[in-house]
Design a protein around this ligand. Sequence first.
Ligand code: MG
Length: 389
Amino acid sequence: MPDTLPSVSAVIVAAGSGTRFGGERPKQLALLAGRPVLSRTLQAFEASRVISEIILVLPADWLETIIDEAVKPYGLTGVKCVPGGENRTESTRRGFEVASGAIILVHDGVRPLVKVDLIEKVARAAWEHSAALAAVLVSDTLKKVKDGLVSKTVDRDALWRAQTPQGFKRDLLASALAGAQAETATDDVGLVERLGLTAFVVPGSLSNFKITDREDLAMAEALLSSAPAKLPRTGHGYDLHRLAPGRPLFLAGVEIPFELGLLGHSDADVMAHALVDAILGAAGLGDIGLHFPDSQARWAGVSGSALLKEAMAKARAAGFELVNADVTLVGERPKIGPYRQAMAEAVALALSVPANLINIKATTTEGLESTGQGLALAALATATVQDRR
Ligand code: MG
């Protein structure tokens, strides 16, 4: 999760203007299932919560066209675009010069099927080991061929195919690029090797291949069409606690000054509890009673914020990230208008998401029911999550 990593910049290198497609347009603009290849690559990085900025290195001649066709129409407004250099190393350098992250991930613009999960694994490995790359073990038998004839079989033991992303601690990539003034490597880890250092291998995925010709494009189309659509999922939650004297009142993680508080085994934060149920429901993980039973002493007095944090960790472990949440308090008093922003921020902090994903509101019940008579407060919540596996 984002808490353990410093800022990560993604440098997407898409500076080649050549094409083996036979057309005149660069392959990063080729349509893959109706969208430019490059826009899909960018979307994968945009979807990762560990990435704090995206820098896109483009061929100078095509800069405006690519921005107009593959960046702007897809809402990728935060992407910084810079012109590339004469070769791969020079293009990486141009991207690096504007990157501010403590970790730099370099990725080929034409590997559009990269998974969010792989991006994050390489970022973490780079932070731990200073340099890391995605790679896949070679499974085919390798032959050395001369003039159309096999001259020898290469021992494939311990042979891996390098992919991207490749990740580096900032200072290491700076040294690697500085040491590469006159020479270039076909990948960025190659520059680190020239310093006599090595990189950690993160098992990549066969689907994370580079699109270099029409056949690759057709293969990527087939993979995309066979993947089941991952639709957002929604859960709802409801909770009610009695109001009683002599108890503090916690609502959505914020202590509210009021003459009554809510009764319960925990801090009885009715809004947090409804949202915990909504998150668990959206992730298909049952309910609050299953994960945090009243019968267990360890949950006695536990705060609503702590339960939200635990529930979100369980949802993330199951592969889900929060899209948004909406929480409604039901009751006559206290009025929570002045606390809405603080509540949204407290919930967001507990869930490790931006506060603008959380909406807090309230309603009354016309003086009817326990909530209308001041005997209890109830809360309703919905949470929407997205499958990020
Ligand atoms: Mg409750």
